[in-house]
Write a protein that binds this ligand. Structure first.
Ligand code: AMP
Ligand code: MG
Length: 345
């Protein structure tokens, strides 16, 4: 056999083994990618489009449980669905539901902590303004606002020794924490089902369970209150991120915008100097309730509150500053040029 022929055989053998190694690597890569492809599920609930994803073997089963759980929570604490436990409680029925009692107690605890900026007893006012319950969005008479204000106030609610709320004429609206509770239940279900890496988006509230596979943090884009785009991106793990803003639900009348976050002191939409308030917290309920409260407080009081209570927040002001409080930072170069980033301790 000539040396040339030998070289040829050797080359083709080598080419074959290189091809084999390449194919093997490709197969390994594809199967690895397969394992890294998350299960995904989207559905309508709680007046929003919920989008869930989960990595790992149990992903699909977990997401279907999370779907059922979110729908169950809507049936528990929607103030507008006639079948919900909260609706029945508000209608004067005696509803014995320890989970609902606990939710109401937690909402009232945040009301105390925020000195009433968060107040889950503004249901009649919300209806008066036409937010929720199918009412027409309209500017109500001052007299009606005063009357509705008189029959509101978290301080009116008492709890029996066994923890049942006595409403004493007020009507409860858990719209400011329901998505946060859904996010907490999403994270708890993930733990119970051995899912270490999952992400849930419930409208203005997201829940990051663990990290992405490989320890990479989740990227969360903060909605730009002035456009449909994003104002900045943050990176998080094992926390919930909730944003409250005037852009979420509103109507305009005579050129003025009226939004769904009410100031419990005036009964009107909060005249905030903030365009949005975002809170990052391991508890979804807390993130949800505090984002609503910080929006009502406005920049100065919100900053003070965050410093006193160790809250991580991002406040977007009307004069186009993006104030990062409590150590949270944006991804490099991600802040939209319309805003100037400011970092507060
Ligand atoms: P969020 O979108 O989480 O800021 O919550 C807003 C929802 O909470 C509204 O749609 C109302 O159902 C309710 N809400 C409005 N104003 C307040 C308030 N000051 N405190 C608590 N809940 C409120
Ligand atoms: Mg909220």
């Amino acid at each position: 056999m000539s040396g040339n022929k030998l070289k040829h055989i050797f080359r083709s053998h080598r080419g074959g083994s290189v091809r084999c190694v390449f194919l093997l690597a490709l197969l390994l890569l594809l199967s690895a990618c397969g394992a890294q492809t998350p299960a995904e599920l989207g559905f309508l609930a709680m007046d929003t489009y919920v989008e869930l994803k989960a990595y790992g073997d149990n992903g699909e089963k977990f997401l279907s449980l999370a779907n059922e759980e979110t729908v169950r929570l809507e049936a528990l604490c929607s103030a507008h669905s006639e079948k919900s436990s909260l609706y029945r409680l508000n209608s004067g029925e005696s509803v014995r539901d320890a989970e609902l009692d606990e939710l109401i107690a937690r909402a009232i605890a945040v009301s105390r902590e925020t000195q009433g900026a968060f107040d889950p007893t503004l249901l009649s006012l919300s209806r008066l303004w036409g937010f929720g319950g199918g009412g027409a969005a309209t500017v109500p008479d001052e007299e009606d606002i005063s009357l509705a204000l008189e029959s509101a106030g978290y301080g009116k609610i008492c709890f029996s020794p066994s923890g049942e709320p006595e409403l004493n004429g007020v009507q409860i609206d858990l719209g400011g924490i329901a998505k946060g509770y859904a996010a907490d239940r999403f994270a708890a279900l993930a733990r119970e089902n051995g899912v270490e890496s999952a992400f849930g988006s419930f409208g203005g509230m997201v829940c990051a369970v663990g990290t992405k596979p490989g320890g990479v943090k989740w990227k969360v884009a903060l909605r730009d209150p002035l456009s449909d785009g994003f104002a900045a991106v943050i990176q998080v793990e094992s926390v919930c991120v909730s944003t409250s803003g005037a852009y979420e639900r509103y109507f305009t009348h005579d050129g003025k915008l009226y939004h769904h976050i009410l100031d419990p002191k005036t009964g009107h939409p909060a005249e905030s100097d903030l365009l949005s308030a975002t809170v990052v917290d391991p508890s979804g309920i807390r993130a949800d309730a505090l984002s609503t409260a910080l929006f009502v407080m406005g920049e100065e009081d919100a900053l003070e509150f965050c410093r006193e209570h160790g809250v991580c927040a991002i406040l977007i002001t009307r004069d186009k500053r993006m104030v990062f409080v409590g150590g949270i930072e944006p991804v490099k170069d991600s802040v939209d040029e319309a805003y100037s980033p400011v970092f507060e301790k």
